[in-house]
Design a protein around this ligand. Structure first.
Ligand code: IPE
Ligand code: IPE
Ligand code: MG
Length: 240
């Protein structure tokens, strides 16, 4: 089916970050196991990546697994690891073909070796692509990221006077990536859940009710249009 030409605002967010929430509820509504929801959620990613390319978004960050998610039941955690492993393997060539540069936000330690190896290869393969930068926050926590940055600075015997906001940003996993302009959390939940707590300081937020596996191109477009209606002030007073 031909897609309608999207009505994009003058300002399309350069960087969109998404808390992909609601997979479990999506499965429950259908009487399916939670992992079926996670599968549907990962399948949904493909259309969102394509839509981001279509709309001219340059950076997409997705929250796939938090440092707190390790506390879920063992079968859900191992199921999520297997899904991620499979999806990485299956989608990598296509992502590369589409010109997507993959980046990982979070710690590789703690993941099984086969997965670590796949992630390293994927980052290496796609590092020169520039159509869309896809940051995958996996085994990611915002507080963990800041602790990691502080430790790195201390190890390098950084002088206190040298520590600035710019410098801290450079020690985060998102080093070199502009802050998100728009953060979307699906499923109606309205909280940050340890996601980009430094970087989203001045992001605009939207909270669509749609559960992540059902969140498609039209919903993404609606979020971008909502962003276009916002007035970002960054603490200033704007003249009209
Ligand atoms: C988000 O969906 C995906 C992960 C946290 C891995 P959830 O699994 O949190 O789904 P709900 O919130 O239980 O519906
Ligand atoms: C945030 O969702 C993590 C991801 C989407 C990966 P959660 O479902 O884990 O967050 P809480 O527990 O509802 O805050
Ligand atoms: Mg959830």
């Amino acid at each position: 089916m031909a897609k309608d030409k999207p009505k994009l605002p003058d300002q399309v967010p350069q960087h969109i970050a998404i808390i992909m929430d609601g997979n479990g509820r999506w499965a429950k509504q259908r009487g399916l196991p939670r992992l079926a929801g996670h599968r549907a959620g990962t399948d949904n990613l493909r259309r969102i990546i394509e839509a981001c390319v279509e709309f001219g978004v340059k950076y997409l960050t997705i929250y796939a697994f938090s440092t707190e998610n390790w506390g879920r039941p063992e079968d859900e955690v191992s199921g999520l690891m297997s899904i991620f492993d499979e999806v990485f393997e299956r989608e990598l060539t296509e992502l590369h073909r589409q010109g997507v540069q993959l980046r990982h936000l979070g710690r590789l330690e703690g993941l099984r070796e086969s997965l670590r190896e796949k992630v390293r290869n994927g980052l290496e393969l796609t590092k020169n692509n520039n159509r869309l930068v896809l940051n995958v926050a996996f085994n990611y926590g915002g507080r963990d990221e800041i602790v990691h940055a502080i430790k790195s600075m201390l190890k390098e015997s950084m002088a206190p006077g040298a520590v600035t906001e710019d410098l801290v940003s450079r020690y985060l996993y998102t080093s070199g990536i502009p802050d998100p302009d728009l953060v979307i959390r699906t499923s109606g939940e309205q909280r940050i859940s340890n996601f980009l707590i430094w970087q989203a300081a001045y992001a605009e937020w939207v909270f669509p009710e749609t559960l992540w596996p059902d969140f498609g191109r039209e919903e993404l477009l609606a979020a971008i249009q909502e962003f276009g209606r916002r007035e970002r002030r960054f603490g200033l007073i704007l003249e009209h």
